[in-house]
Write a protein that binds this ligand. Sequence first.
Ligand code: C5P
Length: 224
Amino acid sequence: MKKNKIFVACDSTNISKVEHIIKETTNPKIKFGYKFGLEFLNSKNGRSFISKLRNKIIFADLKLHDIPNTCISVIKAIKDLKVNYLTIHISSGLEALKAAKKVTGRVKLVGVTILTSLDDKSLKEIGFDKNIKKLIYHQAKLANKAKLDAIVCSAQEAKIVKKVFKKEIITPGIRFSSKANDQKRILNPKQAYKEGSDWLVIGRPITKGNIKKNIQILIDHLSQ
Ligand code: C5P
């Protein structure tokens, strides 16, 4: 049976908490990877913790959003961490995406589309005049042109992305039994896989409270 793939968002600055998350997230039905964002990577001991992690799929969610030269320098600066996935905002521009791709080597470069905490109203506020779906379709074409290895979008847009981007699709904004929190474009895990997500990113619905229980709820949901 093909395993469901999940990146657990380790959004904390607390090493023991992250160790606990990693220890508790084992299940024969799920392949787990671990996503570390700016919070953990900038915490006092976070970077060195990641550098010592072995035999885990590591996702560095740095969400680079900068000029080509700076993106290249950051990628070089974290080479020692040996992460498997690294994110860059597609809105950094084609030149930055191509430049980054040239130096990532074995690390999979993941293009972030529009954050799942934004909706059409938020886009208008920022000054974009395309709606989310059109913008993401456009960005997916750009990611394809830059030969990125994966895309982050909400599962609601996975089908649109698939039309023009044939590699991995990673979707945050996943909710199964808890509240939406700050996420706007959400789907449940079953729907997300059905829409074509390869990996789900799940943070709080797994890491808040009893992790083992949360995973069991997730598995029950998936097998319904
Ligand atoms: O707790 P929750 O499941 O909302 O966590 C989602 C994780 O995915 C967070 O670490 C967040 O930074 C990340 N993320 C996101 N939306 C994106 C890209 C990344 O929520 N578009």
